[in-house]
Design a protein around this ligand. Structure first.
Ligand SMILES: Cc1cc2nc3c(=O)[nH]c(=O)nc-3n(C[C@H](O)[C@H](O)[C@H](O)COP(=O)(O)O)c2cc1C
Length: 175
């Protein structure tokens, strides 16, 4: 039985929800999986885990700084055992932007970091306009208008393809 640590970076909780789903799939395959909010990462001993998964959402084109710091501090460890990375963003609602080599954020991210994860996934995220403040809501609505996405201020939609999440979970379970 292997143990996996899923480290997630989230603002509104959707990357945590995807991580919980991955955890369930991994456990259904008879392996252990734990979740760690990247903000609490110092309370975990990463060497206790056989596999490490890092998942992070995009805000205004980037992952948060602690994602870069986590990779910088743990690159040798990430390379010493099976590891994986996934990104969550709404550009990935378009199936042709849902691969590591077609999603602009993931392509840019991989150029910025020196860890090159062998197992990657890009998941479509969630939009919940009523949850955001005035400026965030209207900036995202403008971006959605430009990219032909939903602009209704009452929009609350999960674009995530959960079958894709499950497939990635199975892949991690079998690493
Ligand atoms: C303020 C804000 C900025 C965002 N910026 C982007 C962006 O630049 N590109 C994108 O594809 N998605 C963007 N998103 C969509 C998020 O990636 C999506 O809502 C995701 O599900 C958030 O995951 P989280 O709840 O784990 O943080 C943005 C969302 C918010 C609220």
């Amino acid at each position: 039985m292997s143990s996996t640590l899923i480290v997630y970076s989230t603002t509104d909780g959707h990357t945590r929800k995807i991580s919980q789903h991955l955890q369930q799939v991994i456990e259904q395959h008879g392996n252990q999986a734990r979740l760690a909010d990247i903000r609490d990462i110092n309370t975990y001993r990463l060497t206790d885990f056989d596999k490490i998964v890092l998942g992070a959402s995009i805000r205004y084109g980037k992952h948060r700084p602690d994602v870069y710091a986590f990779i910088r501090h743990n690159q040798a460890l990430l390379e010493s055992r099976p590891s994986a990375y996934f990104s969550v963003n709404v550009v990935a609602r378009k199936p042709n932007k849902r691969q590591a080599d077609t999603n602009p954020y993931v392509r840019k991210f991989l150029r910025q970091i020196s860890w090159q994860p062998k197992n990657l996934a890009v998941f479509a995220g969630k939009l919940d306009y009523q949850r955001y403040g005035f400026w965030d809501r209207n900036i995202i609505r403008l971006i959605m208008w430009i990219t032909k996405g939903p602009t209704d201020p009452m929009t609350n939609i999960e674009f995530t393809d959960w079958a894709q999440v499950e497939e990635f979970g199975r892949k991690i379970a079998n690493l």
